[in-house]
Design a protein around this ligand. Structure first.
Ligand code: ADP
Length: 425
């Protein structure tokens, strides 16, 4: 699925970039062609003007005679031109369009083209597709039309440079397209990464959730089938089976509640859902509750709370839930005689809540994963303590929904410290 999406992404990327590239190449070619023809025309015009000036016109017997003695096709005596080109022919016509004189290639007897520029095929060389640019200008003497001057030059310099440009584009465009395709493929892979990651997480989450639900469902089924249906007379055993069913159903219900919680509380909380609370009051009620639990578990419970109120905007139920998850863990992963410490402090418009224990600790390689859903350091150990591996994921989701951060430090066999940071009101 991801491979196909990646290929499609790369294909469309290459297609769109390729179209832009080809359009760009054609535009460059067209602009270059226009530019070179313009420069060539200017050169041709300059040369034609010079030839017109060098030609002598004498009125003899009422008719204008053309004298080309001073005319030469060599331009050594003139300043260099923008494009060096060879003149193919020069032709003089009278005012009726009859050929008077010519230099270079033989000419038709009559003027066939109107004044201006034309591009023609050079007749002499059909194999090489040589082209000529021809300019015809009217000649005037004392405001009287005396004929036409026609000059043609080989377009070779332009043809050669355009052939080079075509070659460059025909190699460069496919090469660039190949590179674009390669980039498209790599970028497609990079773009697919978060989607693939999210999909894998979702898949893992679904698999884990089903796995967790399967065990209690199987227990309920076996208790109902074996216990209730088979041993109809044994009321003691029946009671034990019923208790098992109740405990499995409770566990399943807790899991479903946790899953629902994670699914519902995504993203930041709405500001209207947040109330101004005193963190000290909220934590104090937890201290009272966990002092009793710690006593039952033979743990030392120490609380450090500031003497003044710590005001912040929060959903007190959710915040209580997050802190309870951390305190439950601290009590769960410690042994008799260990200490659990709960501390609240403020610094630079922030409130810090620390829950520390000197219990079993978390191995360094597990630390980056412990906020992941269903992640348990030691499945066997957690199963004993009844955890699904969702408590920390829920705590993190709640704290982040409040715009806060939760961090952990732990040393194996030494203890664990969770720190929550929230902005003050
Ligand atoms: P669980 O419900 O299994 O406790 P959590 O998400 O609350 O799941 O915790 C994830 C894992 O992190 C636990 O399985 C446990 O191994 C480890 N852990 C959490 N808190 C502590 C702690 N205070 N001390 C040692 N290990 C802890």
């Amino acid at each position: 699925m991801f491979h196909q999406s990646r290929r499609r992404l790369a294909y469309w990327f290459t297609l769109s970039m390729g179209s832009i590239l080809i359009l760009f190449a054609f535009t460059i070619y067209y602009l270059q062609l226009q530019d070179r023809i313009k420069t060539f025309d200017e050169t041709l015009y300059t040369r034609t003007k010079r030839l017109a000036m060098k030609t002598e016109y004498r009125l003899q017997k009422g008719r204008w005679q053309i004298h080309t003695d001073n005319v030469s096709l060599q331009e050594s005596d003139t300043p260099p031109l923008k494009i060096e080109t060879k003149i193919a022919y020069v032709r003089w016509y009278d005012s009726q369009g009859n050929l008077e004189q010519f230099i270079g290639t033989a000419a038709p007897g009559q003027l066939t083209s109107s004044p201006g520029y034309q591009t023609l095929k050079a007749d002499s060389d059909t194999t090489q597709k040589q082209l000529l640019r021809q300019l015809t200008i009217p000649l005037q003497q004392d405001k009287e039309s005396i004929g036409y001057l026609q000059v043609a030059a080989y377009l070779n310099p332009i043809q050669e440079s355009l052939t080079q440009l075509r070659l460059f584009l025909s190699v460069g465009v496919p090469l660039t397209l190949g590179l674009v395709g390669l980039f498209g493929w790599v970028l497609g892979g990079v773009a697919m990464q978060p989607t693939r990651h999210a999909y894998e997480q979702l898949q893992r989450f679904t698999a884990d959730a089903s796995h967790e639900l399967r065990a209690p469902v199987a227990a309920i089924l076996s208790n109902a089938q074996v216990g209730l249906l088979a041993s109809v007379d044994d009321t003691v055993q029946q009671r034990r089976r019923l208790e098992n069913i109740v405990s499995s159903t409770k566990s399943m219900s807790a899991l479903i509640n946790n899953l629902l919680f994670l699914a519902r509380h995504q993203g930041r909380l709405n500001p209207q859902d947040l109330k101004e609370i005193d963190l000290v009051v909220l934590v104090q009620s937890l201290v009272d509750e966990y002092k009793i639990l710690a006593q039952q578990l033979n743990l030392n419970f120490i609380a450090h709370l500031p003497p003044t109120p710590v005001k912040l905007k929060a959903d007190s139920d959710l915040l209580t839930q997050a802190l309870k998850n951390l305190l439950d863990n601290a009590c769960k992963y410690t042994v008799s005689g260990d200490t659990v410490t709960l501390k609240v402090s403020t610094k630079l418009r922030r409130a810090f809540i620390e829950i520390e224990d000197n219990g079993i600790g978390i191995p360094a390689e597990d630390l980056p994963h412990i906020f992941e859903r269903f992640y348990r350091v030691d499945t066997a150990r957690s199963r004993q303590t009844g955890g699904f591996g969702l408590g920390l994921a829920i705590a993190q989701q709640i704290i982040e929904a409040h715009g806060g951060q939760i961090t952990v430090e732990s040393v194996l066999e030494k203890g664990t410290k969770f720190q929550i940071c929230l902005s003050l009101f």
